[in-house]
Design a protein around this ligand. Sequence first.
Ligand SMILES: Nc1ncnc2c1ncn2[C@@H]1O[C@H](COP(=O)(O)OP(=O)(O)OP(=O)(O)O)[C@@H](O)[C@H]1O
Length: 664
Amino acid sequence: MSQHQAQATAPTEAPATGDRTAGHPGTLIGVDDLEPPRWASVDEQVADASLWQTLRELPATAAIIVRLSWATAPRLTLLAGIVQLLSGCTTAFGLFATANALTVLLESGPTPQRVIDSLPAIAVVVASFALRGLLDTAVSAVQGTLTPRVRHAAQNEINTAVAGVALITWEDADFRELARQGGYHGVLATENSVRNIAEVTSSLVSLTAAVVTTGLLSPWLVPVLLLATAADAWAAMTSAKLGYRSFLNMVSRRMRLHVVENLLVARDVAAERTALTLHDVLLTEHRRVATDVTNEAIRLEHRKSLVRLLGRTLSGTGTALAYIVLGILLYLTVMPLGLAGAAVMAMRTATSALNSTMVAINRLYEHSFYLRFYEKLLHEARGHHPPVSEITAPRNPETIRLDNVSFTYPGQDQPALHNINLTLRRGEVIALVGENGSGKTTLGKILTGLYPPTHGTVRWDDVDLATADTRSVYEQIAVIAQEPARWPMIAGTNIRIGRLDCATHDAAWHAAVSKSGADEVLNALPHGEKTVVSKQFRQGQDLSGGQWQRIGVARGIYRDAAILVADEPTAALDAKAEARVFAGLQHATNISRSANSDRATRTTVLVTHRLANVSRADRILVLDQGRIVESGTHQELMALGSHGHYHQLYSLQAQAYRNAADTL
Ligand SMILES: Nc1ncnc2c1ncn2[C@@H]1O[C@H](COP(=O)(O)OP(=O)(O)OP(=O)(O)O)[C@@H](O)[C@H]1O
């Protein structure tokens, strides 16, 4: 039995109610090891890079942040840099001043006199501390203004890049996960990195001052101090690297957890979750994966503790060595006692500055990994933007022509469409029929330019859509989806969302709501079209499936587009509403839809299994396994006789109605 099977059949905490996943070969999802995303395997190379290689990349990380910060608020960035440097310089100055005061205090001679002699030096120390306090306040104020702006800019950059990707990109699960992780961890890392860079700058200045002071007092002390730091640096960076590697190892487990967590709370599966008594199954699966994740987190912490222990031991040895060297210098009278006091203080300051530098560099180093998500997401998203083109799609095209079009979904072996040749003419109502999975929805997306064909061309008049500006294409289309989007807004906006710039109650609005039957839905709502139709809000309410479908149809008609694809627009409608919608769509094809519309007619593509409704279509295309196998009017296709696909499908449906009528 494999380890995974063993995990699946013997979950760590099977509830008393019984573990229904235990009988599965594998897990609830069905496969245990979900393949990690592509970008995670690329990042493994990053996690395996040597410390030196990664250190060398830190300036590049800083550059990303400085660029972003500069682009967001150049003056504020400059100011942040200046106050941070000044604050570091003041610390350095304070250190020199303190060393000076100590040297005077510990010199030989009567104590009262030494105290009096050191007063000016002590005054300088006090002044430097006061200035440091002021500058620290300035640093916080500037940081507090800059950091949220940088985060906002980073989020905006990501949103803009992600919003612009071609529709087909969302078919790629790796990209979706990258968008989720990069959008969260990456943006958070930009904010944190701004702080870290500021910390690194200021602590490096203090560190330099402390090391220089120590070196001036005795150059022998510097190498041992640096040895202590190197050990700390190694420990901090090794532990960051371990953390990142563990994150990558757990990516697919966390994805699985995310899926199960969503299922536990998602409203759209709540009824089935309850009726199928899935709570225990989901909880078991969650516990099983969460146990793996927790064990890994514990293992990681143990490994990190070991690394830290080793680092501390080495760095403690380095510090001890520094004090031994100081003792030897005193013993050999190479260094007078007066200077030794200052040296101790400088060494303590240097150690603390080294520590804070290391902590800051380490944090920056940690965040640099997640900044990669940010950069990678930006890069990938921009790479998936449709090319910019000067060519615009024709308004209200006369013909839509598909030549030898084939289409395969990303990551699939079998094409969903094979070698389609087809011409649609303006004003036609075309019905796409065929069995489940025959390619109807896919064909609708290809001829509207939503998906690019894998082979072949789609032309609107003479313009190849592959060369056209996509926005100009999408402005010409309306899609009534099989399951229309349920926008979490008021009912009216749910209808107008495809043409928000239009007047509120024009002729197009009335046509859309009456042809779709959405008028009845709006009338039944407590606040009419102003009713919030989303349970995401406390005052919101939901609609039935059929009511949503009417809203979806109204939205499609209201869009007033040259090409309308209605994909199963009536699947959830009652018979009366269905007849009304089909009549409405047919009618909407042949009339001018709004007073200010310059289009005479539109092209309508109907995808449906309700064959009684397509008999009046101008042309019916029958698809089978991704190919058009028949084409013609209802009469022509019925004339092909009982061997014809359409004839068979139609007769089956008609027979079902006749049988039902006979039994009454
Ligand atoms: N997003 C997708 N990724 C991969 N394969 C897909 C995807 N969507 C559909 N397919 C596959 O492409 C083929 C055509 O699907 P399509 O949705 O176009 O069929 P359809 O005729 O509209 O089906 P139905 O009548 O059930 O709505 C099917 O084999 C389906 O499994």
